[in-house]
Design a protein around this ligand. Structure first.
Ligand code: XLS
Ligand code: MG
Length: 375
């Protein structure tokens, strides 16, 4: 739980281990920070306000580790978790990083690589289970096309369907108490991914053998990369009862994956996502998936962590302020009045209807967000 001095510890905040282990590299520059040990990432997160963490199995256990090494690292992580009280809320795999998966994992044109991808996911699912993760989240970072002539997108979707069905069957066979989720994203950064938005993910899930076991992890930056309204993306997954996780960060629209700290861009979008999660009392962890700036040093990482959490807390306070503001309430009540049919409706026919006070309402959001509202 959040342990930042002076702030309530009411919400469960989570970070991907890869966020604090990120070394500041980007497509045009080498790392600017030393590598952080995954066990220190776990303790550091616990000490700086996070109550949970998410990981790629490979963040903790390098891909070529022996079984003995794997067990040793899992035992060490579990010890850190017991010592600090932090829990693991989701696991995944970063196989997309490795050259063998350059043409995709479960969509690769090589049957051998597709098999390897499923086996790697199964091994990562085992790691998640041993760390107590209730969710296995798949972001298929290479499951897209740089060259559309290379395969039919329908074949790619069928391969993904078969892969997800097999993973679901594996979880059931093992008796794990774990759901699967898909994290959509439009591109990475040169290939177009097949499962690009919340809508794609929801439609795809409906084609699986057990759609009831599969949900969506929605990332704000991914919605912004597609030029979409992140709050509407979150709303679709909530409406479908499928929001299994949220990745909070910031991103300017239609750019490559920036993964800016939460609050680092598009304040209003962030506000309306927080408003939705808070108003709907969504019970899941508030997970951050962002990278400290390239100019941040090893110590600065913890300021990044606290900053993301504080940004959420501040926006949650703003949501409360908005919901309690007398003028906002009055304007919303006036709008609501028109929701019920009335006897005069027939007389009004197709007249253009009332002038809603949207200009004022929108300005009030601005005043609340900028801290200039005096009410
Ligand atoms: C990348 C994704 C990734 C997932 C976890 O863009 O956001 O970090 O969240 O694999
Ligand atoms: Mg993410």
């Amino acid at each position: 739980m959040a342990r930042i001095p002076g702030r309530a510890a009411a919400r469960l905040y989570s970070f991907g281990l890869w966020t604090v282990m990120n070394r500041g590299a980007d497509p045009f520059g080498a790392p600017t920070r030393a590598a952080l040990d995954p066990l220190d990432a776990i303790s550091g997160l616990a000490a700086h306000g996070a109550g949970a963490f998410e990981l790629h199995a490979e963040d903790l256990i390098p891909a070529d580790s022996s079984a003995v090494e794997r067990d040793r690292l899992i035992a060490a992580a579990r010890r850190r978790m017991t010592e600090t009280g932090i829990v693991c809320d989701a696991c995944g795999s970063s196989m997309f990083w490795e050259p063998v998966f350059k043409d995709g994992g479960m969509v690769s044109n090589e049957a051998r690589v597709r098999r390897l991808a499923v086996e790697r996911y199964q091994a990562a699912i085992d790691v998640g289970h041993l760390l107590g993760a209730p969710l296995f989240n798949i972001w298929g970072g290479r499951d897209g096309a740089e060259v559309d002539a290379s395969r039919s997108p329908i074949d790619a979707l069928k391969r993904l369907r078969d892969g997800f069905n097999e993973l679901n069957a594996y979880i059931a066979r093992q008796g794990y108490n774990m759901r699967l989720s898909i994290e959509p994203k439009p591109n990475e950064p040169r290939g177009d991914l097949y499962i690009s938005t919340a809508g794609h993910a929801l439609a795809f899930i409906a084609t699986l053998d057990h759609p009831e076991h599969v949900g969506v992890v929605l990332e704000l930056a991914h919605a912004a990369m597609a030029g979409l309204n992140p709050a509407h993306e979150v709303a679709h997954t909530l409406y479908a009862g499928k929001l299994d996780g949220i990745h909070l960060n910031a991103q300017r629209a239609l750019r490559f994956d920036q993964d800016l700290r939460f609050g680092g861009a598009n304040l209003k979008d962030a506000f309306f996502v927080v408003k939705l999660l808070e108003d709907e009392r969504w019970p899941g962890p508030r997970t951050f998936d962002a990278h400290p700036y390239r100019t941040t040093d090893e110590k600065g990482i913890w300021g990044f962590v606290e900053g993301c959490i504080l940004a959420y807390e501040i926006l949650a306070d703003k949501v409360q302020q908005f919901n309690q503001d007398a003028e906002v309430r009055q304007l919303l009540a006036e709008i609501k009045r028109w929701d019920a049919p009335s006897e005069s409706d027939e007389r009004r026919g197709t007249s253009p209807g009332p002038i809603f006070a949207y200009e004022r309402l929108d300005h009030l959001v601005f005043e609340i967000l900028t801290g200039t509202r005096r009410a």
